[in-house]
Design a protein around this ligand. Structure first.
Ligand SMILES: C[S@@+](CC[C@H](N)C(=O)[O-])C[C@H]1O[C@@H](n2cnc3c(N)ncnc32)[C@H](O)[C@@H]1O
Length: 246
Protein backbone atom coordinates (compact mmCIF):
# COMPACT_ATOMS: atom_id res chain seq x y z
CA UNK A 1 0.00 0.00 0.00
CA UNK A 2 1.57 3.40 -0.99
CA UNK A 3 2.24 5.92 1.77
CA UNK A 4 0.31 9.19 1.76
CA UNK A 5 2.73 11.99 2.55
CA UNK A 6 1.17 14.65 4.76
CA UNK A 7 2.40 17.83 6.46
CA UNK A 8 4.38 17.55 9.73
CA UNK A 9 2.03 16.99 12.68
CA UNK A 10 -1.07 16.58 10.48
CA UNK A 11 -1.44 12.94 11.60
CA UNK A 12 1.30 12.72 14.21
CA UNK A 13 -0.99 14.87 16.32
CA UNK A 14 -3.06 11.74 17.09
CA UNK A 15 -0.13 10.01 18.80
CA UNK A 16 1.82 13.05 20.01
CA UNK A 17 0.93 12.60 23.69
CA UNK A 18 1.99 8.95 23.45
CA UNK A 19 5.25 9.90 21.75
CA UNK A 20 5.94 12.42 24.51
CA UNK A 21 4.92 10.18 27.40
CA UNK A 22 8.57 9.97 28.54
CA UNK A 23 8.68 13.76 28.98
CA UNK A 24 8.05 15.09 32.48
CA UNK A 25 6.24 18.36 31.70
CA UNK A 26 5.84 19.15 35.41
CA UNK A 27 9.61 19.15 36.01
CA UNK A 28 10.14 20.99 32.76
CA UNK A 29 7.68 23.80 33.57
CA UNK A 30 9.28 24.12 37.03
CA UNK A 31 12.69 24.51 35.39
CA UNK A 32 11.54 27.22 32.98
CA UNK A 33 9.76 28.94 35.87
CA UNK A 34 12.97 28.98 37.93
CA UNK A 35 14.86 30.46 34.96
CA UNK A 36 12.28 33.13 34.28
CA UNK A 37 11.27 34.08 37.84
CA UNK A 38 14.08 36.63 38.41
CA UNK A 39 12.92 38.59 35.34
CA UNK A 40 9.15 38.10 35.09
CA UNK A 41 6.18 38.81 37.40
CA UNK A 42 3.18 36.52 37.57
CA UNK A 43 0.78 38.94 35.85
CA UNK A 44 3.12 39.75 32.99
CA UNK A 45 2.26 39.07 29.35
CA UNK A 46 3.58 35.73 28.14
CA UNK A 47 3.87 34.26 24.64
CA UNK A 48 4.70 30.70 23.64
CA UNK A 49 6.13 30.02 20.17
CA UNK A 50 5.64 26.57 18.58
CA UNK A 51 3.55 25.50 21.55
CA UNK A 52 2.09 22.43 19.83
CA UNK A 53 -0.98 21.10 21.60
CA UNK A 54 -0.41 23.38 24.59
CA UNK A 55 0.70 20.61 26.95
CA UNK A 56 3.49 22.76 28.40
CA UNK A 57 1.51 25.99 28.72
CA UNK A 58 -1.47 24.27 30.26
CA UNK A 59 0.74 23.47 33.27
CA UNK A 60 2.77 26.69 33.06
CA UNK A 61 -0.47 28.69 33.49
CA UNK A 62 -0.24 28.17 37.25
CA UNK A 63 2.85 30.43 37.29
CA UNK A 64 1.79 32.86 34.55
CA UNK A 65 -1.98 33.02 33.91
CA UNK A 66 -1.63 35.47 31.00
CA UNK A 67 -0.30 33.13 28.28
CA UNK A 68 -0.93 33.22 24.54
CA UNK A 69 0.09 30.04 22.67
CA UNK A 70 1.09 30.02 18.99
CA UNK A 71 2.02 27.25 16.57
CA UNK A 72 2.26 26.72 12.83
CA UNK A 73 0.16 23.55 12.93
CA UNK A 74 -3.57 24.13 13.23
CA UNK A 75 -4.01 20.42 13.96
CA UNK A 76 -1.66 20.58 16.95
CA UNK A 77 -3.11 23.82 18.32
CA UNK A 78 -6.69 22.63 18.09
CA UNK A 79 -6.06 19.15 19.48
CA UNK A 80 -5.26 20.17 23.06
CA UNK A 81 -8.04 19.76 25.61
CA UNK A 82 -7.45 23.08 27.33
CA UNK A 83 -8.79 26.61 27.51
CA UNK A 84 -5.61 28.33 26.38
CA UNK A 85 -5.71 31.38 24.12
CA UNK A 86 -4.22 30.30 20.78
CA UNK A 87 -3.14 31.79 17.46
CA UNK A 88 -1.95 29.78 14.45
CA UNK A 89 1.20 31.38 12.99
CA UNK A 90 4.77 30.75 11.86
CA UNK A 91 7.52 31.65 14.31
CA UNK A 92 9.41 34.01 11.99
CA UNK A 93 6.16 35.85 11.14
CA UNK A 94 4.69 36.75 14.51
CA UNK A 95 1.48 38.70 13.84
CA UNK A 96 1.50 40.90 16.99
CA UNK A 97 2.52 44.45 17.68
CA UNK A 98 2.03 44.44 21.44
CA UNK A 99 4.94 43.57 23.74
CA UNK A 100 5.46 40.44 25.84
CA UNK A 101 7.51 40.15 29.04
CA UNK A 102 8.28 36.47 28.62
CA UNK A 103 8.54 34.63 25.31
CA UNK A 104 9.44 30.94 25.29
CA UNK A 105 9.87 28.14 22.80
CA UNK A 106 10.45 24.56 23.96
CA UNK A 107 11.51 21.12 22.86
CA UNK A 108 13.78 21.66 19.86
CA UNK A 109 11.11 23.64 18.03
CA UNK A 110 13.67 26.29 17.03
CA UNK A 111 15.53 23.55 15.11
CA UNK A 112 12.59 23.42 12.67
CA UNK A 113 13.93 26.68 11.21
CA UNK A 114 16.31 25.04 8.76
CA UNK A 115 17.98 28.15 7.37
CA UNK A 116 19.75 31.01 9.07
CA UNK A 117 17.64 33.60 7.25
CA UNK A 118 14.49 32.36 9.02
CA UNK A 119 16.28 32.06 12.34
CA UNK A 120 17.53 35.65 12.09
CA UNK A 121 14.04 36.79 11.05
CA UNK A 122 12.62 35.10 14.17
CA UNK A 123 15.19 36.79 16.43
CA UNK A 124 14.38 40.19 14.86
CA UNK A 125 10.64 39.59 15.38
CA UNK A 126 11.32 38.68 19.00
CA UNK A 127 13.33 41.90 19.42
CA UNK A 128 10.30 43.88 18.20
CA UNK A 129 7.79 42.30 20.57
CA UNK A 130 9.93 41.78 23.66
CA UNK A 131 9.28 44.34 26.41
CA UNK A 132 12.18 46.51 27.63
CA UNK A 133 13.08 44.21 30.54
CA UNK A 134 11.55 41.04 29.16
CA UNK A 135 13.25 37.73 28.35
CA UNK A 136 13.07 35.19 25.58
CA UNK A 137 14.04 31.65 26.52
CA UNK A 138 14.38 28.72 24.12
CA UNK A 139 16.10 25.37 23.94
CA UNK A 140 18.03 23.89 21.02
CA UNK A 141 19.06 20.39 20.11
CA UNK A 142 22.79 19.99 19.44
CA UNK A 143 24.78 17.44 17.47
CA UNK A 144 25.37 15.10 20.41
CA UNK A 145 21.61 14.66 20.76
CA UNK A 146 21.26 13.72 17.07
CA UNK A 147 24.09 11.21 17.35
CA UNK A 148 22.44 9.68 20.41
CA UNK A 149 19.13 9.28 18.55
CA UNK A 150 20.58 7.75 15.39
CA UNK A 151 22.38 5.12 17.49
CA UNK A 152 18.93 3.51 17.90
CA UNK A 153 17.29 4.85 14.73
CA UNK A 154 14.00 2.99 14.69
CA UNK A 155 11.32 3.23 17.34
CA UNK A 156 7.77 1.93 17.20
CA UNK A 157 4.66 2.61 19.24
CA UNK A 158 0.95 2.08 19.43
CA UNK A 159 -1.87 4.21 20.79
CA UNK A 160 -5.28 2.55 20.71
CA UNK A 161 -5.81 1.53 17.05
CA UNK A 162 -2.99 3.73 15.70
CA UNK A 163 0.47 2.27 15.14
CA UNK A 164 3.52 4.33 14.32
CA UNK A 165 7.16 3.93 13.33
CA UNK A 166 9.75 6.62 13.92
CA UNK A 167 12.99 6.61 11.94
CA UNK A 168 15.74 9.05 12.89
CA UNK A 169 18.43 10.01 10.35
CA UNK A 170 21.22 12.56 10.69
CA UNK A 171 23.43 13.93 7.90
CA UNK A 172 26.65 15.27 9.41
CA UNK A 173 27.49 17.32 6.27
CA UNK A 174 24.21 19.16 5.89
CA UNK A 175 23.54 19.00 9.68
CA UNK A 176 19.94 18.09 8.84
CA UNK A 177 18.22 15.71 11.24
CA UNK A 178 15.26 13.95 9.63
CA UNK A 179 12.54 12.29 11.67
CA UNK A 180 10.41 10.15 9.41
CA UNK A 181 7.12 8.98 10.87
CA UNK A 182 4.87 6.31 9.43
CA UNK A 183 1.42 6.42 11.01
CA UNK A 184 -1.04 3.61 10.30
CA UNK A 185 -4.72 3.87 10.99
CA UNK A 186 -8.10 3.18 9.39
CA UNK A 187 -6.36 1.05 6.73
CA UNK A 188 -4.09 3.87 5.54
CA UNK A 189 -0.39 4.60 5.99
CA UNK A 190 0.56 8.24 6.37
CA UNK A 191 4.14 9.48 6.15
CA UNK A 192 5.54 12.66 7.66
CA UNK A 193 9.08 13.92 7.13
CA UNK A 194 10.26 16.38 9.79
CA UNK A 195 13.46 18.25 8.93
CA UNK A 196 15.43 20.03 11.63
CA UNK A 197 18.74 21.86 11.40
CA UNK A 198 21.34 21.11 14.03
CA UNK A 199 23.26 24.39 14.15
CA UNK A 200 26.56 24.57 16.01
CA UNK A 201 26.10 26.36 19.35
CA UNK A 202 28.13 29.42 18.19
CA UNK A 203 25.72 30.04 15.28
CA UNK A 204 22.99 31.09 17.72
CA UNK A 205 25.24 33.67 19.40
CA UNK A 206 26.17 35.21 16.00
CA UNK A 207 22.56 35.52 14.88
CA UNK A 208 21.35 36.82 18.25
CA UNK A 209 23.92 39.60 18.10
CA UNK A 210 22.78 40.53 14.57
CA UNK A 211 19.26 40.91 15.98
CA UNK A 212 20.53 43.10 18.88
CA UNK A 213 19.78 40.34 21.38
CA UNK A 214 22.14 39.06 24.04
CA UNK A 215 22.37 35.67 25.74
CA UNK A 216 22.50 36.49 29.46
CA UNK A 217 22.83 32.75 30.06
CA UNK A 218 23.14 29.58 28.03
CA UNK A 219 22.77 26.48 30.18
CA UNK A 220 22.93 22.76 29.58
CA UNK A 221 19.22 22.02 29.43
CA UNK A 222 17.58 21.21 32.76
CA UNK A 223 20.57 22.55 34.69
CA UNK A 224 22.22 25.84 35.64
CA UNK A 225 25.65 24.79 34.28
CA UNK A 226 26.97 26.59 31.22
CA UNK A 227 26.32 24.74 27.96
CA UNK A 228 29.23 23.58 25.81
CA UNK A 229 29.33 22.91 22.04
CA UNK A 230 29.41 19.21 23.00
CA UNK A 231 26.26 19.38 25.16
CA UNK A 232 23.13 17.49 24.07
CA UNK A 233 20.83 20.44 24.47
CA UNK A 234 21.17 24.08 25.44
CA UNK A 235 18.76 26.50 27.07
CA UNK A 236 19.19 30.19 26.17
CA UNK A 237 18.00 33.18 28.20
CA UNK A 238 17.91 36.26 26.01
CA UNK A 239 17.44 39.98 26.61
CA UNK A 240 17.57 43.01 24.36
CA UNK A 241 21.15 44.26 24.15
CA UNK A 242 20.22 47.79 25.33
CA UNK A 243 18.81 46.39 28.55
CA UNK A 244 21.24 43.61 29.30
CA UNK A 245 23.55 44.08 32.27
CA UNK A 246 26.90 42.94 30.89
C1 LIG B 1 8.44 18.97 19.02
S1 LIG B 1 6.99 19.91 18.85
C2 LIG B 1 7.05 20.82 20.37
C3 LIG B 1 5.72 21.32 20.81
C4 LIG B 1 5.71 21.94 22.21
N1 LIG B 1 6.65 23.05 22.30
C5 LIG B 1 6.00 20.89 23.27
O1 LIG B 1 7.01 21.04 23.96
O2 LIG B 1 5.23 19.95 23.41
C6 LIG B 1 7.45 21.12 17.65
C7 LIG B 1 6.36 22.12 17.31
O3 LIG B 1 6.94 23.13 16.50
C8 LIG B 1 5.95 23.57 15.58
N2 LIG B 1 6.62 24.27 14.49
C9 LIG B 1 7.49 23.78 13.59
N3 LIG B 1 7.90 24.74 12.75
C10 LIG B 1 7.27 25.88 13.12
C11 LIG B 1 7.28 27.22 12.63
N4 LIG B 1 8.02 27.58 11.58
N5 LIG B 1 6.51 28.13 13.26
C12 LIG B 1 5.74 27.78 14.35
N6 LIG B 1 5.68 26.52 14.83
C13 LIG B 1 6.45 25.58 14.24
C14 LIG B 1 5.26 22.28 15.17
O4 LIG B 1 4.02 22.52 14.57
C15 LIG B 1 5.19 21.54 16.51
O5 LIG B 1 3.98 21.78 17.18
Amino acid sequence: MPDLEVRPYEKLVFVYDHLMSHVNYKLWTNYIYKLSKPYVSSNDKVLELAGGNGMFSNIFLKFYPNILVTDKSFEMLSSGKNKLRKVCCEMPYIPFKNKFDLIYCTFDSINYLTNKKDLLKLFKEVYNILSKNGIFTFDVSLERNSLKYVAVPLRTGRRKNIRYKHLSLYNKNSRIHKNIFEIRFKGKIYKEIHRQKIYPLEAYFDLLEKAKLLAVACYESFSFENAKPTSQRAQFIIKKINNAVI
